[in-house]
Design a protein around this ligand. Structure first.
Ligand code: AHR
Length: 505
């Protein structure tokens, strides 16, 4: 049986794991907003002001730190003024990116801000650069965040909201290299500077501006942005134009043209998926290395504001709606991503899984009034103690927890650890499809009090939850931990995710 030793120094705290690494993404795409978050006030499904309460309740248990909206590709054809005022008078449009369906704009700015309040999440608004104007974006910031009296403040008040909202995260375009305008990096960087200039800080509302960044390993794009980040001529009050730059990376088992089924896959597909998931480590390292050259003090945040699995849509569903099931395989993609995110805590400030409800690697799936929690949901829940915790470096040693997958080598044990308020949380994944792994937790520099552990696994990798079998993949108590002279020992079953929690003694 493969074995691995994880050396963890309990007394050496590393960089803080930003809670925003557990961020989310909700686009006007398929049934994410309509039917997912939003059912309307007249729906028989219990709602508050039109927002589905079962979805809110499920997501509140994840402590969602931020929610990105309204896209994605949709953001670059969204005109925010169409989504305010009486709903029956709001203009309609065609959502050309996603299914060519009509958008009635019933879910707009006020509805989104109400959703964030219900979730206890910070809003992350993605502004339109592709087909919008500087004035339109500037006025949206004013509408949301300005106090006192001004044209946009009067408009907001006329729509029933006296006080400004607080909005920190502001995206300047999305995928400007593709659906957001098919731009060159140089042009996109210039536009980002221009738009950022007019996205003002009103009063004490300070924006965190996020420039539309690279896809995958396009380090040249990141370099082009970083070269343009400083405001020359602002020497009196030195500042950068954007506080963060984004990157997108999706996990696939093969090429875009042959993504494969979410549920019906074989072991080879599974291992290729895990190699693809692990690639995020190299990609984050690449972008961080470029950023270090221009920003050695690591003040500018890397924002992975789209990540997750992308499979073929479920048979019989609209191909433009990106509705996919979610199995134990997806859960392990998430758990290994989080281990890698924690390792990059010093530069990686935010990450947003795509997407929260009914689209791509979702937390919850709805069907009429039914709601199902996915295996990925449980990883977010089991890992939530890492939010804003101090990372603890994990030195993983193994001679044999490794598999050849084509030309690649897949390390099959993945781990990360943190400490917050005197409580240690250790996350462990065994990515091997068949073999258990003997794991030693070599704990140094301290010891633990009463230890509890939970495990997420199932008899097969394709296991998933449905309305008829909602608990097919759900966390269970794990009682296989043994105290040793070194710390703890356990056997990690194949394809499993486990968390160990304990107070420092
Ligand atoms: O998440 C789905 C789509 O993927 C987003 O709209 C876009 O930004 C990306 O290509």
């Amino acid at each position: 049986m493969p074995n691995a030793t994880a050396i963890i120094n309990l007394d050496i705290e590393g960089p803080k794991i930003s809670r925003h690494l557990y961020g989310h993404f909700a686009e006007h795409l398929g049934r994410c907003i309509y039917g997912g978050f939003w059912v309307g006030e007249d729906s028989p499904i219990p709602n508050e002001g039109g927002i589905r309460l079962d979805v809110v309740e499920a997501l509140r248990a994840l402590n969602i730190p931020n929610l990105r909206w309204p896209g994605g590709c949709f953001a670059d054809e969204y005109h925010w003024k169409d989504g305010i005022g009486p709903r029956d008078q709001r203009p309609r449009m065609v959502n050309t990116h996603w299914g060519n369906v009509e958008e009635n704009n019933h879910f707009g700015t006020h509805e989104f801000m109400a959703l964030c309040e219900l979730l206890g999440a910070e809003p992350y608004i993605s502004g339109n650069v592709g087909s919008g104007t500087v004035q339109e974006m500037s006025e949206w910031v004013e509408y949301l965040t300005r106090e006192g009296d001004s044209p946009m403040v009067r408009l907001r008040k006329a729509n029933g909201r006296e006080e400004p909202w607080r909005v920190k995260f502001w995206g300047i375009g999305n995928e400007t290299w593709g659906c957001g305008g098919n731009m060159r990096a140089e042009y996109s960087a210039d536009l980002a500077r221009q738009y950022a200039t007019y996205c003002r800080d009103h009063g004490d509302n300070k924006l965190y501006r996020i420039a539309s960044g690279a896809s995958d390993a396009d380090y040249k794009w990141t370099e082009t942005l970083m070269q343009q980040i400083n405001c020359f001529g602002c020497e009196a009050t030195p500042r950068t134009f954007f506080q963060g730059i984004s990157v997108h990376y999706y996990t696939l088992a093969g090429p875009w043209e042959a993504k494969g089924s979410a549920t019906d896959f074989d072991t080879d597909d599974y291992y290729r998926t895990m190699v693809s998931a692990r690639k995020i480590d190299r990609i984050l390292t690449g972008h961080s290395t470029v950023m270090d050259c221009y920003d050695p003090g690591r003040k500018v945040g890397l924002v992975l504001d789209e990540w997750g699995t992308w499979w073929d849509v479920e048979p019989g569903t609209n191909p433009g709606f990106l509705f996919q099931q979610n199995t134990l395989r997806d859960a392990l993609v998430a758990s290994t991503h989080f281990d890698i995110f924690h390792k990059h805590a010093e530069r990686l400030y935010m990450a947003n899984i795509a997407q929260t409800v009914n689209v791509l690697q979702a937390m919850v799936l709805t069907d009429g009034d039914a709601l199902v929690l996915t295996p990925t949901y449980h990883v977010f829940e089991m890992n939530k103690g890492h939010q804003d915790a101090a990372s603890l470096a994990v030195h993983l040693r193994s001679d044999d927890a490794r598999r050849a997958v084509g030309d690649a080598q897949l390390d099959t044990v993945s781990a990360s650890a943190s400490v917050k308020d005197g409580t240690v949380l250790i996350s462990l994944s065994n990515l091997d499809a068949e073999e258990p792994a003997d794991v030693t937790l070599d704990l140094r520099g301290g010891s633990l009090g009463e230890v509890t552990a939970r495990i997420l696994t199932a008899d097969r990798l394709g296991a998933h939850n449905t309305a008829d079998t909602p608990g097919a993949v759900a966390p269970r108590t794990f009682d296989g931990l043994k105290a040793t002279d070194q710390g703890l020992a356990l056997t990690l079953p194949p394809h499993s995710f486990l968390t160990v929690q304990a107070p420092l003694a």
